[in-house]
Ligand binder design. Structure first.
Ligand SMILES: Cc1cc2nc3c(=O)[nH]c(=O)nc-3n(C[C@H](O)[C@H](O)[C@H](O)COP(=O)(O)OP(=O)(O)OC[C@H]3O[C@@H](n4cnc5c(N)ncnc54)[C@H](O)[C@@H]3O)c2cc1C
Length: 583
């Protein structure tokens, strides 16, 4: 565990290279007033409640879905985490790392380690992943929208509805501009300027951080809700969905849920008598398959092994779990750099997305550690290693780099690549029957050779960017990329075996140093667990609507499409409820 924790922190170091983290911790105070009057502590909920729609998970998808449904029906949202409004500073741009690396039981991030040995996190807060994430906002491609069976016009309208509240145009600064120019120089063309659309070439995308660094999350979309028709309970963990057997339709039908408040008291929420009332699971890629299994929908043998009564033998629940691998290079800079989040993105034709961020405050202890690693890499003498450095490398450039790493406000940035898809998939299994515990997840990074090819091509593009003329002012002269690769090998970023060698291949680099970009998805995929309208196959009055239904991650980054989906499906469900015959 000791090493795991150390490694875990190291992996956050990579991200902390992006941001100035003020890193203070706040006490958990679950009775503080939330922003909306209809958001309340679950301890204040009555023992029995009745609603038209019960949404499990007030996350990135659950919030826009709930806000929309409340415009035509009575909606209950049950979110296991707290309110992001109790302390907005805690989630602003400067506290990205501290919020993400908080390991207290009340933290907004719940850490997990996949069976692949990659450190990861999932949300536990109203607003879900949008409260924790790096903020980049970009729509899915037209092809993705068509393949998902969504109406293009309605999807665009739903995106705009989201963007009115949470999407901002960033100001392009020097580092980001240099990477943009470098991407164009190395052929990631054309330049598409600032756009929310997913287009081949280089572009500037939007962010959910405003100009002052305040985060605008999916929870802000609750501003659209009708306060008379919505109740949101936080610290409300759903333990089970309740089913009865519908004799006429000869299948199980969901009719309620059991949830626990922060004081351990159980409550029951039931669907009212009106037809078309439903329970909607929006608990995310880990939470949705988990709660289906805990409620008796999943692979029968697995459920029985955990003593769970089988409602429906559904072997595909928990299958198709995928996480887009992320590989990075940290680039120390001789010039001061601005603090920047992801703004510039290169969308390549070979299926790799190049993103970047700069500016960091890693604190003295991390600066010393990084400096130590670099000195070690440089044979502990400031001299370049014969393996990694060409003979003409000047000693002073190594010394300059070491000095740049010794500053707690480190000058430099990160250039990363995420591959499209991915094609490699894994599975999720229960470990315990407690919904607060993490299930076990295997993503099988790079199992499909096509994924590895994309990673290698992406890494080659990053190397070309670093070696380009446009980027030259932000890198140390004569400091070869091999040294940067070597540096990455010495930061314990994950729990996987390392194979550093003089003849290191980029394939091996991708496999050994893989990180998550937190875009994991799957587990309740369309066509396998839910139909095209997100209804759970074989069961009545139950849908799953969130990132767990995806086959691949949408766009360069998923949150825009996850929020759009909440709005899109909310409108569709209301249309079908009130105008069933109308197209
Ligand atoms: C660190 C990080 C950085 C990221 N960076 C970006 C980025 O820059 N751009 C981008 O587009 N995307 C980014 N993402 C990905 C994006 O945020 C996620 O894909 C998205 O938030 C997933 O939304 P969701 O609705 O599927 O799940 P979530 O937002 O996770 O919502 C699920 C909710 O359900 C709740 N829940 C689960 N189980 C239960 C239960 N039993 N009872 C009650 N509630 C429950 C959870 O607490 C959670 O709030 C990032 C994610 C992370 C974690």
């Amino acid at each position: 565990m000791g090493w795991g924790l150390k490694t875990f922190k190291c992996s956050f170091l990579i991200w902390s290279l992006f941001f100035i983290g003020l890193s203070y911790s706040e006490n958990f105070d679950f009775e503080k007033a939330p922003k909306f009057k209809f958001v309340k502590e679950a301890t204040l909920a009555p023992p029995i409640l009745y609603y038209d729609y019960i949404i499990i998970g007030g996350g990135t998808c659950g919030c826009p879905l709930a806000a929309t449904l409340s415009q035509g029906a009575r909606v209950l949202v049950l979110e296991r985490g707290g309110s992001p409004y109790t302390n907005p500073e805690k989630i602003n741009i400067y506290n990205f790392v501290s919020a993400l690396s908080d390991i207290s039981p009340s933290a907004f991030a719940q850490q997990f380690i996949s069976r692949d040995g990659v450190l990861n996190a999932r949300a536990r807060v109203l607003g879900g992943g949008s409260v924790l994430n790096a903020g980049f906002y970009s729509r899915a491609s037209l092809r993705y929208i068509m393949e998902s069976g969504w109406n293009e016009t309605l999807a665009k309208i739903a995106y705009k509805w989201v963007e009115k509240k949470v999407a901002f145009k960033p100001t392009l600064l020097q580092w980001q501009a240099a990477v943009k120019d470098a991407l164009l120089e190395v052929g990631v063309l054309p330049y598409n300027g600032f756009t929310l659309d997913h287009l081949y070439g280089t572009k500037i995308g939007a962010t959910i951080f405003d100009k002052d660094g305040n985060r605008h999350t999916a929870a802000d979309l609750l501003e659209y809700a009708d306060p008379r028709r919505i109740s949101v309970y936080v610290h409300a963990t759903v333990h089970k969905i309740l089913f009865r057997y519908n004799i006429e339709r000869r299948r199980p039908q969901a009719y309620g849920v059991i949830f626990k408040d922060a004081l351990g008291k159980m409550h029951k929420a039931y669907l009212g008598k009106r037809p078309k009332n439903e329970i909607i699971v929006s608990a995310g890629a880990l939470g949705s398959p988990q709660i289906l299994m805990l409620s008796g929908i999943g692979p029968a043998s697995h459920l029985k092994a955990h003593g769970i009564k089988v409602v429906l033998d559904q072997p595909l629940v928990g299958k198709g779990m995928a996480d887009n691998p992320m590989n990075v290079l940290v680039v120390p800079s001789p010039l001061p750099v601005e603090v920047s989040l992801i703004q510039t993105v290169g969308v390549t034709k070979f299926g790799s997305f190049i993103e970047t961020a700069s500016g960091l405050s890693i604190g003295h202890s991390w600066a010393e550690r990084l400096q130590g690693i670099f000195e070690f890499v440089s044979n502990q003498s400031g001299k370049p290693s014969s393996v990694m450095y060409p003979p003409e490398t000047k000693e002073e450039s190594v010394g300059d780099t070491i000095r740049s790493l010794s500053n707690p406000i480190l000058k430099g940035g990160v250039i990363l690549e995420k591959i499209i898809g991915p094609r490699s998939t894994g599975h999720l299994e229960l470990v315990t029957t407690n919904p607060n515990d993490n299930p076990s997840v295997t993503f099988n990074y790079f199992k499909d050779p096509e994924d590895l090819k994309k990673c290698v091509l992406g890494m080659k593009t990053i190397i070309d960017v670093i070696n380009s003329k446009s980027f030259s002012k932000f890198r140390f002269k004569n400091m070869p990329v091999e040294a940067l690769i070597d540096l990455m090998y010495h930061i314990p970023m994950n729990l996987r075996p390392k194979h550093a060698s003089p003849t290191l291949s980029l394939e091996q680099y991708c496999i050994d140093t893989v990180l998550t970009i937190w875009h994991y998805h799957g587990g309740c995929q369309v066509g396998k667990v839910v139909d095209l309208n997100y209804r759970v196959l074989g069961v009545d009055a139950l849908r799953v609507i969130d990132g767990s239904t995806f086959y691949r991650s949408p766009g360069t980054n998923p949150q825009a499409t996850v929020m759009m989906l909440g709005r899109y499906m909310g409108e569709k469900i209301l249309r079908k409820r009130y105008f069933p015959g109308k197209k």
